[in-house]
Design a protein around this ligand. Structure first.
Ligand code: NAD
Length: 525
């Protein structure tokens, strides 16, 4: 799309009126949040700017609806979750338009969001009944007592989502939270409220009771803290510094939280890797969603024997990428989210260049393509003190460095405060897996930049260090949203020695019983 021709609405299936109906809710004030599209930088609409009282009321309302949802049972909830996945798939054309309109990403990158929700909903829809049910555990004295664990939903889950994957990240935690029987209040980023509003309306269409899920729009520093004060658990995805404030507030309220934060992800190319394949993988990883992907590699370490060949292939593939803002499948790389972010990305490349780094390709803002488009950029010889070397850029910028051994590659990969996602490229998968065990990240992908880990929805995903706390996906991603209760039964009265025994004899008896118990535990394990 050419930014200088007409309105962005000329090219999308969404009209301004249609967006207006999505964001029609009002808060207690007339204040509205203005939403712009990065495609042309024009305002596309306004949504309610919720105030703390509005958030509190929204949580109260969903809380009233939660017991009825819980009473519907896991099987029914699982069917509804599964149906939601089907609806998202069926309505994908409109959802893709909306995601693109709000983020400026390419159509294929928007499609990844839709596919993610379809996969997540079908996984939890199928797994739900197995994840949620009473469990018999070993009792204190086998035969004389038993223990059963029951699970309840935590109550109301707050989901705080960023702008980079507004469809995926407003729903990927909401799905297991709902499945567990919770009500959900979602707070999307200020820049991408419409996607969350649209996808939440599909939940009701799938069978989630009216009013069980609310989307609260508005300023993050107002709505976010109010939400954390009102809910029973918060699933946060966003930047590390915001994540710290979320954790502090959750801590003060003594509620649980999961924090999916930033990364400075390493990609290792070993001496036995196919450099052409690794280069294609690095392109996909580094420039998907114009690099605004928490899992995207931003640091590439290549064995010195393969360094030149890898760089040639990587630069060649990168130069072949096409840039564009279009609602059709076509361009490989789309826009950054807004002007402030485009400035930040440009500044971090300029600083690296000024301190001696070489920009092998890219390194320029492309206003001719879109107001916030930045070229896919590869840099080498980055000074270790440069922010680009250690801080998350969150744009289409990647540094490449040679290393002389696997040990050096692993040391440099681990030399980061973050620990979200890494990838290892090798001709020997077993070797890759061994090396993966040495990397301090929540996910390590072998011969793939991130998709193989992200799409394994049965396996947990999350970060260590500054990349966060807790895990989404899989049983771990579900367990966040339930509270356990242990019901322990003494079959023959209280577990205490008969009153007729002296204290000394009772103590001996307890010691003997404890010894027997230990032997039973060892024998069973
Ligand atoms: P951000 O932290 O600025 O905002 C995230 C959300 O928090 C938004 O909805 C925002 O309105 C809200 N918020 C702002 N102030 C708040 C406060 N005081 N209390 C509670 N909520 C508040 O992050 P961003 O810039 O929108 O997103 C980009 C970051 O998210 C990057 O660092 C990226 O790596 C990270 N991210 C991580 C994952 C993951 O799964 N680990 C996924 C996507 C993005």
């Amino acid at each position: 799309m050419n930014a200088s021709t007409g309105s962005v609405f000329d090219e999308t299936r969404f009209s301004a009126d249609r967006l207006g109906s999505l964001g029609g809710a009002t808060g207690s004030t007339d204040e509205r949040l203005r939403v712009r599209t990065p495609i042309t930088d024009e305002e596309i609409g306004t949504v309610a700017s919720f105030q703390p009282d509005d958030v509190e009321r929204a949580v109260e309302r969903v809380r009233e609806r939660q017991p009825a949802w819980e009473a519907m049972g896991i099987q029914t909830r699982a069917e509804i979750v599964d149906r939601f996945g089907d609806l998202v798939s069926n309505r994908r054309a409109q959802l893709l338009d909306l995601v693109q309109l709000e983020t400026g990403k390419t159509r294929q990158h928007a499609l990844e969001e839709v596919l993610d929700i379809v996969l997540t909903a079908s996984y939890y829809g199928a797994a739900g009944p197995k994840l949620f049910g009473d469990e018999r555990r070993r009792g204190a004295i086998p035969g004389a007592s038993d223990a059963v664990v029951t699970y309840d939903p935590v109550g109301v889950v707050g989901v705080i989502a960023p702008w980079n994957y507004p469809l995926t990240l407003s729903m990927t935690d909401a799905i297991p939270a709902l499945l567990a029987g919770n009500a959900v209040v979602c707070k999307p980023d200020e820049r991408t409220p419409y996607t969350a509003l649209a996808v939440a309306s599909l939940l009701e269409e799938a069978g989630v009771p009216d009013g069980l899920v609310r989307v609260v729009t508005g300023d993050g520093s107002t709505v976010g803290p109010s939400l954390i004060d009102a809910v029973d658990y918060v699933a946060f995805t966003g930047g590390t510094e915001t994540g710290r404030t979320v954790a502090e507030r959750a801590g003060r309220n003594l509620i649980g939280c999961s924090l999916e934060l930033g990364g400075k992800n390493p990609l290792l190319v070993l001496d036995d890797a196919d450099v052409e394949v690794a280069a294609r993988g690095a392109v996909k990883g580094a420039f998907t969603n114009a690099g605004q992907l928490c899992l995207a590699p931003e640091r590439v370490y290549v064995h010195e024997d393969r360094y030149e060949a890898f760089l040639d292939a990587f630069v060649g593939e990168t130069r072949a990428l096409t840039l564009g803002c279009s609602f059709e499948y076509g361009p490989d790389v789309g826009s950054l989210i807004d002007g402030a972010h485009a400035e930040r990305v440009g500044t971090s490349v300029d600083e690296a260049r000024d301190s001696g780094a070489s920009v092998l390709t890219g390194g320029r803002r492309r206003r001719d393509v879109g107001p916030f488009v930045y070229e896919p950029t590869i840099v080498t010889d980055v000074d270790a003190d440069c922010p680009l070397a250690s801080e998350e850029t969150f744009g289409p910028v990647v540094s490449v460095s040679p290393v002389s051994s696997v040990d050096e590659a692993v040391d440099r990969a681990n030399d980061s405060a973050y620990g979200l996602n890494a990838s290892v490229w090798t001709g020997n998968v077993e070797r890759g897996r061994e090396i993966a065990r040495q990397i301090d990240c929540g996910t390590v992908c072998i011969n793939d930049p991130y998709t193989v880990g992200w799409a394994a929805v049965d396996a947990p995903m999350g970060g260590v260090g500054d990349s966060g706390l807790g895990r989404r996906h899989g049983p771990e991603g579900f367990d966040r949203f339930v509270e356990s209760r242990t019901i322990a039964t003494a079959r023959y009265g209280p577990l205490e020695p008969p009153a007729s025994l002296s204290n000394r004899t009772a103590a001996r008896l307890l010691a003997v019983l404890t010894g027997v118990q230990r032997r039973i535990v060892r024998w069973r394990s």
